[in-house]
Design a protein around this ligand. Structure first.
Ligand SMILES: Cc1ncc(COP(=O)(O)O)c(C=O)c1O
Length: 450
């Protein structure tokens, strides 16, 4: 399967065509193993290849063979990472990985603790849960009552923050969106003003969620300054480093996250930039006492001895939990810190090259000089949406568009470790070639009528 890196992503087929083509119905009578394998082969052939070097649509891509091999052991062993009794050394594997990640963040080790979660969205929810329980301890048992808890997050933050505010009973309208500057970074002056306003109104400013690597622009909020403000104001600081955390692996680029060691909690997804298969997402906090207090429940049928340290079910939202740590451990064991440093530096070089070309070309408009791995641009006079659709229907590239400052732009993230400078050039040439064949198009986002 390794040569799939050089294959196209896959021809576009509509859901109706695929349903027609694939034998997906589940019937009264079972089918032979051979028949099921045949249908599985059809399914594999029809699924978009995220391992293709022409897949630029998400913040993950490529395939690390060692991580993939380790991950294939997970269903074979079928451990559940809640107790040492059921998972044995796998609980230690998770601890080892989390401790190395905590060390990179600058958290105290031993001391900091965490858990692998189903994704960055859940890690963000956990950070906000701990913050809520710290600021309003009664809420854990009694509910929100009349508490007006506020959280602060940049206007460019991931949507999981407002989703978590809804889930946690904080209320989506209490997740205040702090305006960003031209680079997409949270504005500290506006953050401080909002906190003061909310205190004056009798609200409880309870958590600041800083983003390290925003989803579209790849911007980093000024974590050190935000941490100082959070400390002065006694507000929990959660850093959503789901995307940008991997920059901590490179001494040359880790300054993007300066100050992260002062955070109370951090979300970091190795499945985004470290090349391991989905899902690999970690939540880590310097406050393990609060983590366990917020999530531990009595379950005599499950927790039967061994130190809490090796019973990670006491610190997770889930009960049964897949072993997502093993693939990260295997890949890290193989590449070492040095391999990951090289990977980040190489990917940063590709993003820089792409941005240089976009700046040099009269046909392209770079939205902003990238701080990290996302390069956002428009082809002048052409619709970004049409370009992406055309590339998809020609099965040449899978790439996404997004909205920045009221314009639709093309977002190209460099997260696939197989990519080379030649691939970047080929991708840009393809975009320009497809755009040239399209009629004039607009990128101004028209607000829907009220
Ligand atoms: C900044 C940021 N935070 C959180 C998430 C959510 O992570 P997940 O998809 O693992 O839930 C994303 C996803 O792209 C992201 O870009």
């Amino acid at each position: 399967m390794r040569d799939d890196a050089d294959q196209p992503v896959n021809p576009y087929r509509s859901p109706a065509e695929l349903t027609e083509h694939l034998d997906l119905a589940l019937d009264q009578q079972g089918q032979s193993v051979e028949r099921v394998m045949d249908v599985l082969a059809d399914l594999v052939a029809a699924t978009p290849r995220t391992t293709s070097k022409r897949f630029y649509n998400q913040l993950f891509g490529g395939r690390d063979p060692v991580a993939t091999a380790a991950d294939m052991l997970v269903p074979v062993l079928n451990s559940s990472l809640y107790t040492f009794k059921a998972a044995g050394p796998m609980t230690v594997v998770e601890e080892v990985v989390l401790e190395r990640m905590a060390e990179k963040i600058g958290f105290p080790v031993p001391g900091a603790q965490g858990t692998f979660t189903p994704g960055g969205s859940i890690s963000n929810l956990m950070g906000m849960l701990l913050a809520r329980n710290e600021a309003c301890p009664q809420v854990h048992d009694e509910g929100m009552g009349g508490v007006r808890f506020r959280c602060y997050v940049s206007a460019d933050a991931h949507y999981s923050v407002s989703k978590a505010a809804g889930v946690l009973g904080i209320g989506r309208s209490n997740a205040r969106r702090v305006p960003t500057n031209d680079a997409g970074e949270m504005r500290l002056d506006r953050l401080a003003a909002m906190i003061a306003e909310d205190r004056a109104e009798g609200c409880v400013p309870g958590v600041i969620v800083a983003t390290a690597g925003t989803t579209v622009l790849g911007a980093f909020d000024p974590i050190a300054e935000i941490a100082k403000l959070a400390r002065e104001q006694a507000i929990w600081l959660h850093v959503d480093a789901s995307f940008g955390g991997s920059a901590l692996m490179s001494p040359e680029h880790s300054d993007l996250l300066d100050g992260i060691r002062h955070a109370d909690s951090v979300a970091w997804n190795p499945h985004k930039v470290m090349g391991v298969p989905l899902s690999a997402a970690a939540f880590i906090t310097r406050r393990p006492d609060l983590l366990q207090r917020s999530l531990d429940e009595a379950a005599g049928y499950l927790f039967q001895g061994d130190a809490d340290r090796y019973n990670p079910g006491k610190r997770s939202l889930q009960c049964g939990r897949r072993n997502d740590a093993l693939k990260v451990w295997a890949a890290w064991k193989h590449h070492g810190d040095a391999g990951y440093r090289d990977r980040i530096d190489r990917l940063m070089g590709l993003a820089g090259h792409c941005a240089d070309r976009a700046e040099e070309s009269v046909r392209l408009r770079l939205v902003v000089r990238p701080a990290y791995l996302n390069v956002c641009f428009e082809v002048t006079g052409k619709s970004s949406r049409q370009i992406c659709d055309e590339l998809r229907s020609r099965n040449q590239l899978l790439v996404g568009h997004a909205s920045v400052d009221g314009r639709t732009i093309i977002r190209v993230p460099f997260v696939n470790g197989d990519l080379t400078i030649a691939d970047v050039d080929e991708m840009l040439d393809l975009i320009l070639e497809v755009a040239a064949a399209l009629p004039h198009g607009e990128n101004l986002v028209v607000a829907p009528a009220a």
